[in-house]
Design a protein around this ligand. Sequence first.
Ligand SMILES: N=c1c2ncn([C@@H]3O[C@H](COP(=O)(O)OP(=O)(O)OP(=O)(O)O)[C@@H](O)[C@H]3O)c2ncn1[C@@H]1O[C@H](COP(=O)(O)O)[C@@H](O)[C@H]1O
Length: 229
Amino acid sequence: MDCDGDAVLYLVSPAGPACHTGETSCFFRTVLHKPLGAPENAETSMRGHGPVNGGEAASDGSEATSDGREATSDGREAASDGSEATSDGKAVLRSHEQVDFEGSASPATPQFASTAEDFGQGEGLFTSSEVNASIVSDLWRTIESRYRDRPQGAYTTYLFEHGVDKIAKKVGEEAVEVALAAKNAMTGASGQAELASESADLLYHLLVLWKQAGITPDDVFEVLRDRHR
Ligand SMILES: N=c1c2ncn([C@@H]3O[C@H](COP(=O)(O)OP(=O)(O)OP(=O)(O)O)[C@@H](O)[C@H]3O)c2ncn1[C@@H]1O[C@H](COP(=O)(O)O)[C@@H](O)[C@H]1O
């Protein structure tokens, strides 16, 4: 409850989509902040789909963007230059609002970015890695819900039901597969794709192991932060 007793904040776990876009929550975009020391008038970036400033629904059920442009039928939004956002349906939005970091902002026309270059990769501001890293927190939330709800048929439930020995064994197997894939990756692009895939398997099983053993990604990230020079 807040200081004057007129607002209560509940942390809930939705059973299904709570957002009109079909997302579990309305808060599915990631905002990347300007790094300390970056120049004045640096831009903020957002990841997600749907209108930036709460556009109104069009008659066909699609949504208009804040500047009146209409979303595509599959939920993606058209960019001002006619290009569309990412093919996985998660358009990448980039607000060109000028932010002075004293709290005031002057609105400008929102534009839509779909490539790493659009995010300023190479400019030292925002990288696609920072944007993509949000999948780890999404995956962690799913793993937590599997631990809590144990839906039948889910592979994560299967792992939790078999316990720490099974999960630790899977982590060991996946780690060996990563090591072998790394050897192949040295000889070409297909090996690199295999390494990326095996690494994803390892990361997933590692997150499941953390959950089973009672630690969180934050516990690990704090260790990394402490070590970082
Ligand atoms: N990221 C993953 C993920 N990565 C790998 N795997 C599974 O890990 C297994 C690895 O394959 P293996 O051949 O080594 O293992 P297996 O023979 O299938 O299983 P075992 O009998 O050896 O345990 C495969 O079944 C993969 O599907 C994953 N399973 C689930 N997720 C994510 O976890 C979330 C919840 O998934 P469910 O619990 O399945 O709903 C979703 O977001 C998924 O995308």
